[in-house]
Ligand binder design. Structure first.
Ligand SMILES: *[C@@H]1O[C@H](CO)[C@@H](O)[C@H](O)[C@H]1NC(C)=O
Length: 310
């Protein structure tokens, strides 16, 4: 019985940010622009880190990983949305929707862990500068990256497999511009209690552990910066200022949307608000790092100088 219901489901409908047809060209152009900025900015960062040997340090490797994740996150969401606006359609296949849910979970989970790893990296650099190269060695970096990626993939697979067991009936309209796990769960007509418990428990754990690591690192960083002579203070703070901005952007927007969505029951408002965490941080990260960081600026200038001008 359940199996038949399952195969009946072939399509979901993404309602997008608004159903107002007049707004569609504006939304299309805005998202196309943001997507191009995200791809270009993050590709430049990856290119700079891989081509410049001054940037072959753990901090910049992590940054390149962050850029890679940002490209992945936005590529999961934005192109499908642009295509739907272009063809005046709203549909997404069940498989497509499931893929979006799964990929988003992988990348979002990985980004969470990366931000924590980057905080730990800054903590060691500032609190144990002499032992930095011994502690943050290439083996540890590789291990941390692989562990984070592996656990994010496991988490995403678990949620996706649990989603596969559900059956969906009618009215498969998602008032959002991409398939998000919580929104898809709301549409199921079988019992989603276990899914919701897993969602809150595992996602809570997966956000709490990295967040706790970040807070711990920064408490240590701030207390050791306060003890420094004032000449060293600025330099120490400037190396973690960029990271701190990115952390605030990622968790701040996510938390803001979470709070606003628990007060507002209008799904379209929630969709608009979620642009804030699903697009804006990915767009801002390259700017935050390249504008505040001298080594990065030098390297980017070299790359841009190499592009022949017409
Ligand atoms: C991610 O980090 C690892 C370990 O530091 C590094 O080897 C790898 O090149 C990085 N990935 C990217 C895309 O830069």
């Amino acid at each position: 019985m359940e199996l038949r219901n399952q195969t009946d489901v072939s399509k979901f409908f993404l309602l997008g940010l608004t159903t107002d047809p007049e707004m569609q060209p504006l939304i299309y152009n805005m998202f196309l622009f943001m997507y191009l900025v995200i791809i270009l900015g993050n590709l430049l960062i990856i290119l700079a880190v891989s081509s410049d040997s001054h940037l072959h340090t753990p901090m910049y490797y992590f940054l390149a990983n962050l850029s890679f994740t940002d490209i992945g996150l936005s590529t999961t969401v934005i192109p499908k949305m642009l295509v739907n606006i272009q063809v005046h359609g709203k549909s997404i296949t069940f498989a497509g929707c499931l893929t979006q849910v799964c990929t988003l979970l992988v990348f979002a989970g990985f980004e969470n862990f990366l931000l924590a790893i980057m905080a730990y990296d800054r903590y060691v650099a500032i609190c144990f500068p002499l032992r930095y190269t011994v502690i943050i060695n290439p083996r540890l970096c590789g291990l941390l990256i692989i562990l984070s990626l592996f656990s994010s993939i496991m988490e995403a697979l678990l949620h996706s497999l649990m989603l596969l067991k559900l059956s969906f009936c009618k009215n498969l309209e998602i008032p959002h511009f991409f398939c998000e796990l919580t929104q898809v769960l709301k549409l199921a007509c079988s019992n989603t209690l276990i899914n919701n418990i897993l969602l809150y428990f595992i996602n809570g754990l997966f956000s709490a552990i990295p967040l706790f690591g970040i807070i711990f690192s920064y408490v240590k960083i701030v207390s050791s910066i306060l003890k420094m002579p004032s000449a060293g203070k600025y330099k120490a703070f400037s190396t973690c200022g960029s990271h701190l901005s990115v952390v605030f952007l990622f968790y701040g927007t996510g938390f803001g949307v979470y709070i606003s969505s628990s007060f507002s029951h209008s799904s379209s408002k929630i969709a608009v608000a979620s642009v804030m965490y699903s697009v804006v941080p990915q767009m801002m990260n390259p700017f935050i790092y390249s504008l505040r960081n001298r080594d990065m600026k030098v390297s980017l200038r070299k790359i841009i100088g190499r592009i022949p001008s017409f």
